[in-house]
Design a protein. Structure first.
Length: 156
């Protein structure tokens, strides 16, 4: 897995641990704000995992000019709901889309979409009802997806 993705996951994991710590646990407003921030970071993590994984694939298998083009195209991914990820994967191979569509549990798909939906609401100033406990459950699913994506693409 790309070191940047590992580092981003570690930062989120560390902040999640701090949000669960005793001084924060007793301040529900602070914990709620941290859950919102973690949601934004996790949405970015999804994007970056897809971008770096597909860019690395292209770098290993393509002429440098093609690889630069692919990296430029995939780096435009924003607010990546599960369907958006499937679309990008289908541009590499329709079978990749089929694989993830068929083999990704609905809990993972829903977690990705919920993280991104919450991120969009937060970014536009809306109130969200995301709690730390809900975020933690979503984030577990997001990490599973990122690991699956990395393993699948690395094996291609």
């Amino acid at each position: 897995m790309d070191i940047r993705i590992v580092g981003a996951q570690q930062r989120i994991d560390n902040l999640e641990a701090k949000a669960k710590s005793e001084p924060v646990r007793s301040d529900s407003e602070l914990q709620s704000q941290l859950a919102r921030f973690l949601c934004v970071l996790s949405s970015g993590l999804i994007e970056q995992a897809v971008i770096h994984t597909l860019s690395a694939y292209s770098e290993k298998r393509s002429h440098p000019n093609v690889s630069r083009y692919v990296s430029a195209r995939v780096s435009k991914l924003r607010n990546a709901k599960f369907e958006d990820v499937l679309i990008i994967l289908s541009h590499f191979s329709p079978s990749w889309r089929d694989h993830f569509e068929a083999n990704t549990p609905s809990e993972v798909k829903d977690a990705i979409d919920s993280i991104v939906n919450n991120r969009n609401q937060i970014a536009h100033g809306a109130q969200t009802g995301i709690s730390l406990a809900t975020f933690v459950e979503y984030y577990k699913q997001v990490k599973l997806f990122i690991a699956d994506l990395d393993a699948f693409i690395s094996a291609q």
